[in-house]
Write a protein that binds this ligand. Structure first.
Ligand SMILES: [Zn+2]
Length: 254
């Protein structure tokens, strides 16, 4: 596609006017070569933006009419973000980013379905993003809902058991029941909750972290495009959790 070749000679993630003498430089990193305008430098810029936001000193970069006009014919983001739809967690604001910076996909509980996969694969394959951030957050309503739905399912599953042996069998069947549930929240977030609880992880904060890890696993296992980009080191995936209380994003290591 012509759309692809258009970007070949550019470092990833630059704004069209970023390199011009008069262009406003944001977080210029002169030691990093263009071909290394990679995941790690993109992550550093994101975290620097989050720090500005959390400290109450956002720059609101790249939101002026000149930037908007320079992006009419193309976009070249170097970061894709899959995050929750929660109104308190808009990626552009919490990372103090601007037009053309982030390719965002948001669903409640950052759950993955075919449309989410296709959108992220487009970002990886056609926009050549170098970094994919899967972002959960503190106080996630979808996680809370999944915990409730899971409890209801567990009660219904074990409620009919006549003895402890039958109850144990019922618990053994939970994974299958979750996978076959009508509710997508239960099938995705609920599965993460179940896995966490099976590992004696009960605090919602920790369950939110486990859910981010599961979401990444899910994305990778379902997408050959993402597997291929990872294998050829064209992409890095990072998990994060936004803290409502501090405004900071914690980077998760698994
Ligand atoms: Zn949420």
């Amino acid at each position: 596609m012509a759309e692809d070749t258009q970007y070949d000679d550019q470092p990833a993630g630059t704004h069209p006017d970023e390199a011009t003498p008069d262009g406003i430089q944001h977080d210029a990193e002169p030691d990093i070569q263009p071909e290394e305008t990679t995941a790690s430098s993109a992550l550093s810029r994101l975290l620097a933006g989050n720090r500005r936001f959390a400290e109450g000193k956002p720059e609101h970069p790249w939101q002026d009419p000149q930037t908007r006009e320079s992006l009419i014919d193309r976009q070249n983001p170097n970061v894709a973000v899959l995050s929750c739809s929660d109104s308190r967690v808009p990626p552009e604001i919490i990372f103090d980013a601007g037009l053309g910076d982030l390719f965002t996909v948001r669903t409640a509980g950052q759950v993955v379905d075919d449309a989410v996969l296709a959108s992220l694969e487009y970002a990886v394959d056609h926009l050549h993003v170098r970094l994919l951030v899967v972002l959960g957050h503190e106080g996630c309503g979808a996680v809370h809902l999944a915990m409730d739905e899971l409890n209801d399912m567990l009660d219904a599953t074990t409620g009919d058991a006549l003895d402890s042996l039958e109850a144990a069998d019922a618990i053994d069947s939970m994974e299958e029941r979750i996978a076959e549930a009508d509710s997508i929240i239960l099938r995705t977030v609920g599965f993460s909750v179940w896995q966490a609880q099976q590992a004696d992880i009960d605090a919602q904060d920790d369950i939110e972290r486990v859910h981010v890890a599961h979401t990444i696993e899910d994305l990778v296992s379902r997408s050959e495009v993402i597997q291929d980009a990872l294998a050829h080191e064209r992409l890095m995936i990072v998990g994060g959790r936004y803290q409502l209380t501090t405004g900071e994003v914690e980077v998760l290591s698994f």
